[in-house]
Write a protein of this length. Structure first.
Length: 253
């Protein structure tokens, strides 16, 4: 397990874990999605801490912008790259072969630019316009990251990989979860919620599941599976839906 966790931190972040000089088995990278919610403690925590610290120097709206940038730097824009490729592939492709070919192309197209720009702008705008306090905003940044990664991680349970392993960008195909791994992921996801989440906004926890169902249905129909880009896109769109759910909760309850 320790190798799987280390592999997850190596895969999902740009921190120099390779300096530990630990020989991580290649098989461990097949299990990195299991620990995606745990990675959210780091990535969401960095966003929350950045927002909280910089709010003492800048307006909250600026602190939030830096918080988003901090996560992008920490992850090397891994998920944003996936989202852009997802929009390009599903926006410009007409069949499975074409969609997969477009997503594998490293160049970003019109759909990718527009989709990524719009999603980042909406993500930032939704957070800022909640008009929450600094502590509430920081808490949401942590919870939204962790919970959305937990929801998105189950893509490996519902869909097969759409490509052959040797054709994947990372040269690895994630494996499905056991019941034990599912419980562990749920625990990782529930801890931040139990500590920092205001249950008045419980509806927001449901929104990522709705988006997840819609996206996996689309992927199953178009490419009969998922890719690494689909994983990144699913996480970011689930996270965006979480904040939309928070916003709507203010009017419903």
């Amino acid at each position: 397990m320790k190798y799987d966790i280390l592999a997850a931190f190596m895969f999902f972040t740009r921190l120099p874990f390779w300096k530990l000089k630990v020989d991580v088995p290649s098989a461990s990278f097949k299990h990195v999605v299991y620990y995606w919610p745990l990675i959210g403690w780091l990535t969401g925590g960095v966003m929350a801490l950045t927002c909280w610290l910089l709010s003492y120097v800048f307006p909250l709206s600026v602190a939030v912008l830096f918080a988003i940038a901090a996560r992008i730097v920490l992850t090397g824009a891994l998920h944003e790259d996936g989202l852009a490729d997802f929009f390009d592939g599903f926006g410009g492709g007409t069949d499975k072969t074409r969609i997969l070919s477009i997503m594998k192309d490293s160049h970003i197209g019109t759909y990718g630019v527009i989709g990524l720009s719009f999603s980042l702008f909406l993500f930032y705008t939704m957070i800022v316009n909640l008009h929450f306090s600094v502590s509430e905003t920081a808490s949401l940044l942590l919870v939204g990251d962790v919970w959305s990664k937990f929801v998105a991680s189950h893509i490996v349970n519902l869909l097969p990989y759409a490509r052959k392993e040797e054709e994947s960008k990372a040269k690895v195909v994630y494996e499905g979860m056991s019941l034990k791994v599912f419980g562990m992921g749920l625990l990782f996801a529930l801890c931040p919620i139990s500590l920092f989440f205001d249950w008045r906004y419980f509806v927001a926890l449901i929104f990522p599941f709705v988006v997840f169902w819609g996206l996996t249905s689309l992927m199953n129909k178009k490419i009969q599976g998922y890719t690494g880009d689909c994983c990144g896109a699913t996480f970011l769109l689930c996270e965006l839906s979480f904040y939309i759910g928070i916003y709507l909760s203010l009017y419903l309850f």
